[in-house]
Write a protein that binds this ligand. Structure first.
Ligand code: PHE
Length: 493
């Protein structure tokens, strides 16, 4: 089995199609599914949101997913070199994807560290003294702890990536993804059998229910406009599918030519959406049921962002009594697996740039060196996010620059928001918009026909060409506008 890699297969490749699929689904299923999707669905029209989300996933998500996989597989290269190989004019677009992925990771790695900590405290809690929501504040304000657990998350990811594509990434996902699914089912059963769980389901699925609920003291009276639902669903879909952050181009470059790209793309998009809905059915009813049992109204329960995952749900486990620790461990291991499988896909997408570069220069690339370099540089940025503790430790960008309190906007409230603006707000959607323009208008979809027909009957060609040419550039342009408006509080939508 263990053969000395020649310079051509030094990059590695997936051992099987199922290994590829589980790894790509692993990349897509992450924190975004667990804390973003259910809340946004509840707040943005329930089923209306779901329908719009599905339509966007079919016409935009699928097309960009297949575009990224095809680009990677056609060139056999990571983003920077793939764009370079294919179009002189667009060669810098690859850097947008690498930088976008990099900046998402700066805070994702810290959140991954938080997951490790929660597995540990719940494990200890099984033997008495179950932690509650106060652990969150204590954790984020403890700088050394935050740095330590972030570092631990880095070491885990580094070790997996260093193990190679088949020997590290694929192996982890082949065990991790089925395990995640089983754990999710256990948590769903537990959540839905709690008294008042139905209120949580209403929050998610009944149109208009959640918008009647006050949020942070603000009463949201009107149901959201169709445009704002479209905007929220678009941004969520894009992030959730790991598009525009170099992961899918890179995974595509490790895929055998005999595999079916359209079919694989459909499966990835479908699985990601399914897991997002299932995660919602586990998390929201549990949080709402526990809150009601504590005498809170639905509006008083924190159902969004890190607060949902690390304080609201920890209270749920705290109040479950003796078994709380067991469910807590199951749940946070599940979230941890989701975070690792996403993080390693983007670390790979960034590091492959160095591997491909060495090959192009005729040198023998070293995977270990590329992964280590990526992790070390990344850690320097994550360090800021970890020490900042989601803004609780007063070292946010505006504070360091001595800006006034009034100058605070959403985007620089804390380092996490600042890096998120750069990545999710600008680099990623812009990169994907340019990619669809490049494929649709400069190279023409026809030049990808061979690639798409390799392993499939090519039946998806017509649909894909239409989407990548007309639908994707327009929708992606819209998403860029929405993200910018959102982050800067401009209220355009
Ligand atoms: N798809 C991931 C999610 O939903 C997004 C992501 C992927 C973030 C990889 C970071 C790294 O959470």
């Amino acid at each position: 089995m263990d053969q000395v890699p020649s310079s051509t297969n030094q990059r590695g490749s997936f051992g099987s199609n199922i290994g590829f699929l589980l790894s790509a689904i692993g990349s897509a299923v992450g924190l975004g599914n667990i804390w973003g999707f259910p809340y946004k669905m509840g707040k943005c029209g329930g089923f209306t949101f779901l329908l719009i989300y599905l339509a966007l996933a079919v016409f935009v998500g699928f097309a960009i997913m297949m575009g990224e996989l095809a680009l990677g597989r056609k060139t056999g290269l990571g983003p920077v070199n793939a764009y370079k190989a294919i179009s002189k004019k667009f060669k810098w677009v690859g850097w947008l994807a690498v930088a976008g992925g990099f900046f998402v990771l700066t805070f994702y790695m810290v959140l991954g560290g938080y997951c490790i900590y929660y597995v540990i405290i719940n494990l200890i809690g099984i033997f008495g003294g179950m932690p509650d929501s106060s652990s969150f504040g204590a954790m984020i304000t403890n700088r050394w702890l935050s740095i330590g657990i972030t570092l631990l998350f880095f070491v885990i990811c580094w070790a997996i990536n260093r193990g190679g594509v088949a020997g590290g990434i694929e192996k982890f996902n082949k065990i991790g993804m089925p395990a995640l699914f089983v754990m999710l089912v256990i948590i769903i059963i537990k959540a839905l059998t709690m008294p008042h769980a139905a209120e949580g389901l209403k929050f998610m699925f009944v149109p208009g229910y959640a918008t009647k609920v006050t949020e942070f003291g603000q009463f949201v009276e009107s149901t959201p406009s169709l445009l704002s639902i479209l905007a929220t669903a678009g941004g969520q879909m894009f992030f959730s599918l790991s598009l525009g952050m170099s992961a899918m181009i890179t995974y595509g470059s490790y895929l055998s030519k005999k595999e079916n790209l359209p079919k694989n793309s459909v499966i990835i998009v479908f699985a990601d959406t399914l897991i997002a809905i299932l995660a919602g059915v586990a998390v929201i009813p549990a949080a709402v049921a526990n809150g009601i049992a504590q005498g809170l109204s639905v509006s008083e329960i924190k159902l969004n962002g890190p607060g949902l995952l690390f304080s609201t749900l920890q209270d749920v486990f705290h109040n479950m009594g003796a078994l709380g620790g067991v469910f807590g461990v199951i749940f946070y291991v599940l979230v941890l697996i989701a975070a690792i499988s996403s993080a390693i896909s983007v670390i790979e997408g960034v590091a492959v740039t160095f591997i491909d570069r060495a090959s192009a220069k005729g040198r023998e690339p070293s995977r270990t060196r590329a992964i280590t370099l990526t992790c070390v540089v990344l850690f320097a940025f994550s360090f800021l996010v970890a020490v900042d503790g989601l803004g609780s430790n007063n070292i946010a960008p505006w504070q360091m620059l001595g800006m006034s309190e009034e100058a605070i906007r959403n985007w620089n409230d804390c380092w996490l928001d600042f890096f998120d603006l750069i990545a999710e707000g600008i680099l990623m959607p812009l990169g994907a918009m340019l990619m669809s323009c490049m494929i649709g208008w400069e190279l023409k979809p026809k030049s990808f026909e061979d690639e798409i027909k390799s392993g499939s009957n090519g039946g998806a060609m017509g649909f894909w060409s239409f989407c990548i040419k007309f639908v994707c550039p327009v929708v992606m342009f819209f998403i860029v506008l929405v993200q910018v408006s959102d982050f800067f509080g401009l209220g355009w939508f």
